[in-house]
Design a protein around this ligand. Structure first.
Ligand SMILES: C[S@@+](CC[C@H](N)C(=O)[O-])C[C@H]1O[C@@H](n2cnc3c(N)ncnc32)[C@H](O)[C@@H]1O
Length: 282
Protein backbone atom coordinates (compact mmCIF):
# COMPACT_ATOMS: atom_id res chain seq x y z
CA UNK A 1 0.00 0.00 0.00
CA UNK A 2 1.39 3.42 -0.88
CA UNK A 3 1.83 5.87 1.96
CA UNK A 4 -0.47 8.86 1.57
CA UNK A 5 -1.29 11.69 3.95
CA UNK A 6 -4.70 10.09 4.40
CA UNK A 7 -3.24 6.67 5.28
CA UNK A 8 -0.88 8.28 7.83
CA UNK A 9 -3.79 10.17 9.40
CA UNK A 10 -5.86 6.96 9.56
CA UNK A 11 -2.98 5.10 11.18
CA UNK A 12 -2.45 7.92 13.69
CA UNK A 13 -6.15 7.97 14.57
CA UNK A 14 -6.13 4.21 15.22
CA UNK A 15 -2.92 4.12 17.24
CA UNK A 16 -3.79 7.14 19.41
CA UNK A 17 -7.26 5.71 20.10
CA UNK A 18 -5.45 2.57 21.27
CA UNK A 19 -2.97 4.50 23.44
CA UNK A 20 -5.62 6.70 25.10
CA UNK A 21 -5.92 4.19 27.98
CA UNK A 22 -2.17 4.49 28.60
CA UNK A 23 -2.34 8.30 28.62
CA UNK A 24 -5.19 8.09 31.15
CA UNK A 25 -3.27 5.62 33.32
CA UNK A 26 -0.13 7.78 33.39
CA UNK A 27 -1.91 11.15 33.47
CA UNK A 28 -0.27 12.45 36.66
CA UNK A 29 3.23 11.55 35.44
CA UNK A 30 2.60 13.06 31.99
CA UNK A 31 1.22 16.26 33.52
CA UNK A 32 4.29 16.74 35.71
CA UNK A 33 6.79 15.84 33.01
CA UNK A 34 5.31 18.05 30.27
CA UNK A 35 4.35 21.02 32.46
CA UNK A 36 7.52 23.10 31.81
CA UNK A 37 6.90 22.85 28.05
CA UNK A 38 3.23 23.82 28.38
CA UNK A 39 3.96 26.70 30.77
CA UNK A 40 6.56 28.15 28.38
CA UNK A 41 4.17 27.83 25.43
CA UNK A 42 1.41 29.59 27.38
CA UNK A 43 3.82 32.40 28.21
CA UNK A 44 4.66 32.72 24.49
CA UNK A 45 0.93 32.86 23.64
CA UNK A 46 0.47 36.14 25.62
CA UNK A 47 -3.07 35.25 26.75
CA UNK A 48 -5.61 37.68 28.22
CA UNK A 49 -8.39 36.73 30.71
CA UNK A 50 -10.99 36.75 27.91
CA UNK A 51 -8.92 35.06 25.20
CA UNK A 52 -10.50 32.57 22.85
CA UNK A 53 -7.98 29.76 22.42
CA UNK A 54 -7.62 26.70 20.17
CA UNK A 55 -5.44 23.75 21.25
CA UNK A 56 -4.62 21.57 18.21
CA UNK A 57 -3.68 17.90 18.82
CA UNK A 58 -4.69 18.45 22.43
CA UNK A 59 -4.82 14.71 23.09
CA UNK A 60 -5.67 14.04 26.72
CA UNK A 61 -6.11 17.77 27.30
CA UNK A 62 -2.93 19.74 27.60
CA UNK A 63 -2.03 22.50 27.49
CA UNK A 64 -5.67 23.45 26.74
CA UNK A 65 -7.14 22.50 30.14
CA UNK A 66 -4.51 24.54 31.97
CA UNK A 67 -5.33 27.46 29.67
CA UNK A 68 -9.06 27.12 30.47
CA UNK A 69 -8.27 27.79 34.14
CA UNK A 70 -6.12 30.78 33.20
CA UNK A 71 -8.79 32.43 31.00
CA UNK A 72 -11.99 32.08 33.06
CA UNK A 73 -13.77 34.73 30.99
CA UNK A 74 -12.49 33.23 27.75
CA UNK A 75 -13.06 29.89 26.08
CA UNK A 76 -10.91 27.00 24.89
CA UNK A 77 -11.50 24.49 22.10
CA UNK A 78 -9.56 21.22 22.33
CA UNK A 79 -9.18 19.51 18.95
CA UNK A 80 -7.58 16.21 18.02
CA UNK A 81 -7.85 13.49 15.37
CA UNK A 82 -8.37 10.82 18.06
CA UNK A 83 -11.79 10.62 19.69
CA UNK A 84 -10.25 8.28 22.29
CA UNK A 85 -7.66 10.82 23.42
CA UNK A 86 -10.27 13.61 23.50
CA UNK A 87 -12.54 11.39 25.59
CA UNK A 88 -9.83 11.33 28.29
CA UNK A 89 -9.59 15.15 28.04
CA UNK A 90 -13.38 15.43 28.36
CA UNK A 91 -13.36 13.34 31.56
CA UNK A 92 -10.62 15.52 33.01
CA UNK A 93 -12.48 18.74 32.13
CA UNK A 94 -15.59 17.37 33.85
CA UNK A 95 -13.62 16.32 36.95
CA UNK A 96 -12.24 19.86 37.20
CA UNK A 97 -15.68 21.43 36.49
CA UNK A 98 -14.31 23.58 33.68
CA UNK A 99 -17.29 25.33 32.06
CA UNK A 100 -15.39 27.08 29.24
CA UNK A 101 -14.04 24.08 27.28
CA UNK A 102 -15.41 22.43 24.15
CA UNK A 103 -14.12 19.58 22.00
CA UNK A 104 -13.73 18.88 18.29
CA UNK A 105 -12.57 15.63 16.69
CA UNK A 106 -10.81 16.72 13.48
CA UNK A 107 -7.44 16.49 11.71
CA UNK A 108 -5.16 19.50 12.06
CA UNK A 109 -5.23 19.87 8.28
CA UNK A 110 -9.01 20.47 8.22
CA UNK A 111 -9.98 22.62 11.19
CA UNK A 112 -13.78 23.11 11.22
CA UNK A 113 -13.63 26.75 12.37
CA UNK A 114 -14.22 30.05 10.62
CA UNK A 115 -11.38 32.30 9.55
CA UNK A 116 -10.04 34.62 12.28
CA UNK A 117 -11.78 32.91 15.22
CA UNK A 118 -9.05 32.57 17.88
CA UNK A 119 -6.82 34.94 19.88
CA UNK A 120 -4.23 32.19 20.28
CA UNK A 121 -3.55 28.75 18.83
CA UNK A 122 -1.44 26.21 20.73
CA UNK A 123 -0.05 22.88 19.55
CA UNK A 124 2.12 20.81 21.89
CA UNK A 125 3.86 17.78 20.32
CA UNK A 126 1.39 17.63 17.42
CA UNK A 127 3.63 18.60 14.46
CA UNK A 128 5.73 15.48 15.09
CA UNK A 129 2.73 13.44 13.93
CA UNK A 130 1.14 15.47 11.10
CA UNK A 131 1.70 14.09 7.57
CA UNK A 132 1.33 17.59 6.10
CA UNK A 133 2.86 19.98 8.61
CA UNK A 134 2.60 23.06 6.38
CA UNK A 135 -1.06 22.43 5.66
CA UNK A 136 -1.76 22.08 9.41
CA UNK A 137 0.08 25.33 10.12
CA UNK A 138 -1.85 27.07 7.32
CA UNK A 139 -5.09 26.01 9.04
CA UNK A 140 -3.86 27.36 12.39
CA UNK A 141 -2.99 30.69 10.73
CA UNK A 142 -6.33 30.84 8.92
CA UNK A 143 -8.34 30.32 12.12
CA UNK A 144 -6.23 32.80 14.13
CA UNK A 145 -7.29 36.47 14.33
CA UNK A 146 -4.91 39.14 13.05
CA UNK A 147 -2.53 39.79 15.95
CA UNK A 148 -3.13 36.31 17.44
CA UNK A 149 -0.21 34.24 18.65
CA UNK A 150 0.54 30.71 17.44
CA UNK A 151 2.68 28.78 19.90
CA UNK A 152 3.98 25.22 19.41
CA UNK A 153 6.37 22.68 20.89
CA UNK A 154 8.13 19.85 19.03
CA UNK A 155 10.78 17.43 20.23
CA UNK A 156 14.41 18.55 19.92
CA UNK A 157 17.41 16.52 18.81
CA UNK A 158 17.80 12.82 19.66
CA UNK A 159 20.97 13.45 21.71
CA UNK A 160 19.05 15.88 23.93
CA UNK A 161 16.19 13.38 24.35
CA UNK A 162 17.56 10.15 25.84
CA UNK A 163 14.08 9.48 27.27
CA UNK A 164 13.18 8.28 23.74
CA UNK A 165 16.48 7.92 21.85
CA UNK A 166 17.70 5.34 24.35
CA UNK A 167 15.05 2.86 23.20
CA UNK A 168 15.01 3.98 19.55
CA UNK A 169 18.82 3.76 19.29
CA UNK A 170 18.85 0.28 20.86
CA UNK A 171 16.03 -0.76 18.55
CA UNK A 172 18.10 0.33 15.54
CA UNK A 173 20.90 -2.00 16.63
CA UNK A 174 18.59 -5.01 16.73
CA UNK A 175 16.33 -4.47 13.72
CA UNK A 176 16.58 -3.48 10.06
CA UNK A 177 15.51 0.16 9.93
CA UNK A 178 13.95 1.27 6.66
CA UNK A 179 14.18 4.87 5.43
CA UNK A 180 10.77 6.30 6.42
CA UNK A 181 8.77 7.84 3.56
CA UNK A 182 8.39 11.64 3.46
CA UNK A 183 5.69 12.92 5.79
CA UNK A 184 6.01 9.99 8.17
CA UNK A 185 5.59 10.88 11.84
CA UNK A 186 8.83 10.98 13.80
CA UNK A 187 9.95 12.30 17.16
CA UNK A 188 12.99 14.08 15.73
CA UNK A 189 11.73 15.19 12.32
CA UNK A 190 11.32 18.85 13.41
CA UNK A 191 14.49 19.07 15.49
CA UNK A 192 16.93 20.83 13.14
CA UNK A 193 17.64 24.30 14.58
CA UNK A 194 15.58 26.90 12.74
CA UNK A 195 13.33 24.31 11.03
CA UNK A 196 10.15 25.34 12.85
CA UNK A 197 10.93 29.08 12.78
CA UNK A 198 11.42 28.90 9.00
CA UNK A 199 8.11 27.09 8.56
CA UNK A 200 6.36 29.73 10.71
CA UNK A 201 7.89 32.59 8.69
CA UNK A 202 7.02 30.84 5.41
CA UNK A 203 3.41 30.71 6.64
CA UNK A 204 3.42 34.52 6.89
CA UNK A 205 3.82 34.78 10.66
CA UNK A 206 5.83 37.68 12.09
CA UNK A 207 7.66 38.21 15.39
CA UNK A 208 8.77 34.56 15.16
CA UNK A 209 11.18 33.18 17.76
CA UNK A 210 12.44 29.71 18.61
CA UNK A 211 13.88 28.56 21.94
CA UNK A 212 14.75 25.37 23.77
CA UNK A 213 13.20 24.10 27.02
CA UNK A 214 14.49 21.03 28.89
CA UNK A 215 13.29 18.97 31.81
CA UNK A 216 13.77 15.41 33.11
CA UNK A 217 11.51 12.40 32.76
CA UNK A 218 11.81 10.77 36.20
CA UNK A 219 11.06 7.13 37.00
CA UNK A 220 11.76 5.02 40.06
CA UNK A 221 12.97 1.89 38.27
CA UNK A 222 13.77 0.49 34.81
CA UNK A 223 10.58 -1.59 34.98
CA UNK A 224 8.53 1.53 35.67
CA UNK A 225 10.19 3.41 32.76
CA UNK A 226 9.67 0.48 30.35
CA UNK A 227 6.00 0.10 31.23
CA UNK A 228 5.49 3.87 30.79
CA UNK A 229 7.18 3.85 27.37
CA UNK A 230 5.17 0.86 26.17
CA UNK A 231 1.94 2.53 27.32
CA UNK A 232 2.41 6.11 26.05
CA UNK A 233 5.16 6.41 23.41
CA UNK A 234 3.44 5.47 20.14
CA UNK A 235 6.56 5.93 17.99
CA UNK A 236 8.63 3.72 20.29
CA UNK A 237 5.87 1.11 20.57
CA UNK A 238 5.45 1.02 16.77
CA UNK A 239 9.20 0.50 16.42
CA UNK A 240 9.18 -2.28 19.02
CA UNK A 241 6.29 -3.92 17.17
CA UNK A 242 8.61 -4.44 14.17
CA UNK A 243 10.97 -6.56 16.30
CA UNK A 244 10.34 -10.26 16.98
CA UNK A 245 9.92 -11.62 20.52
CA UNK A 246 13.60 -12.48 20.92
CA UNK A 247 14.79 -9.08 19.65
CA UNK A 248 12.33 -7.30 21.96
CA UNK A 249 13.69 -9.14 24.94
CA UNK A 250 17.30 -8.26 23.93
CA UNK A 251 16.31 -4.60 23.42
CA UNK A 252 14.71 -4.53 26.86
CA UNK A 253 17.76 -5.95 28.63
CA UNK A 254 20.15 -3.64 26.71
CA UNK A 255 18.01 -0.61 27.63
CA UNK A 256 17.90 -1.67 31.29
CA UNK A 257 21.69 -1.84 31.29
CA UNK A 258 22.06 1.59 29.64
CA UNK A 259 19.62 3.13 32.13
CA UNK A 260 22.31 2.81 34.80
CA UNK A 261 23.91 5.97 33.37
CA UNK A 262 20.81 7.97 34.17
CA UNK A 263 20.52 7.04 37.84
CA UNK A 264 20.84 10.00 40.21
CA UNK A 265 19.89 10.02 43.88
CA UNK A 266 17.85 6.82 43.70
CA UNK A 267 15.83 7.68 40.57
CA UNK A 268 16.21 7.52 36.79
CA UNK A 269 16.36 11.00 35.26
CA UNK A 270 16.19 11.16 31.49
CA UNK A 271 16.70 14.50 29.75
CA UNK A 272 13.82 15.72 27.58
CA UNK A 273 14.25 18.74 25.33
CA UNK A 274 11.71 20.54 23.20
CA UNK A 275 11.96 23.29 20.63
CA UNK A 276 9.38 25.98 21.26
CA UNK A 277 8.34 28.24 18.44
CA UNK A 278 5.89 31.11 18.44
CA UNK A 279 4.80 33.79 15.98
CA UNK A 280 2.10 36.39 15.42
CA UNK A 281 -0.49 36.42 12.67
CA UNK A 282 0.08 39.65 10.74
C1 LIG B 1 1.99 13.35 21.86
S1 LIG B 1 0.27 13.57 21.78
C2 LIG B 1 0.18 15.24 22.39
C3 LIG B 1 -1.04 15.48 23.23
C4 LIG B 1 -1.04 16.80 24.00
N1 LIG B 1 -0.97 17.95 23.14
C5 LIG B 1 0.08 16.86 25.02
O1 LIG B 1 1.06 17.57 24.79
O2 LIG B 1 -0.03 16.17 26.05
C6 LIG B 1 -0.01 13.83 20.05
C7 LIG B 1 -1.47 14.01 19.66
O3 LIG B 1 -1.51 14.34 18.26
C8 LIG B 1 -2.73 13.80 17.75
N2 LIG B 1 -2.64 13.76 16.27
C9 LIG B 1 -1.86 12.94 15.50
N3 LIG B 1 -2.05 13.23 14.21
C10 LIG B 1 -2.95 14.23 14.15
C11 LIG B 1 -3.55 14.97 13.07
N4 LIG B 1 -3.22 14.74 11.80
N5 LIG B 1 -4.44 15.95 13.38
C12 LIG B 1 -4.76 16.20 14.68
N6 LIG B 1 -4.25 15.52 15.73
C13 LIG B 1 -3.34 14.56 15.47
C14 LIG B 1 -2.83 12.45 18.41
O4 LIG B 1 -4.12 11.92 18.36
C15 LIG B 1 -2.32 12.76 19.83
O5 LIG B 1 -3.41 13.04 20.70
Amino acid sequence: MSVTAESIRDQQRIIWDEFAAGWKKWDAELLGWHRPFGDAMIQDARLLPGSSVLDVAAGSGEPGLTVAELVPEGDVVLSDISAGMLHVAREKAAARSLPNVSFSVCPASELPFDDATFDAVLCRFGFNFFPEMRLALREMVRTAKPGARISAAVWGKAAANPWASLVLGTLAQHTELRQPPAGTPGLFRCSAPGFMARMFRDAGLVDVAERTVSTDLVHESPEDYWEFMEDIATTVAMGLATADKEARSLIRSDVFQLLGRYEHEGALRLRSTATLVAGTRA
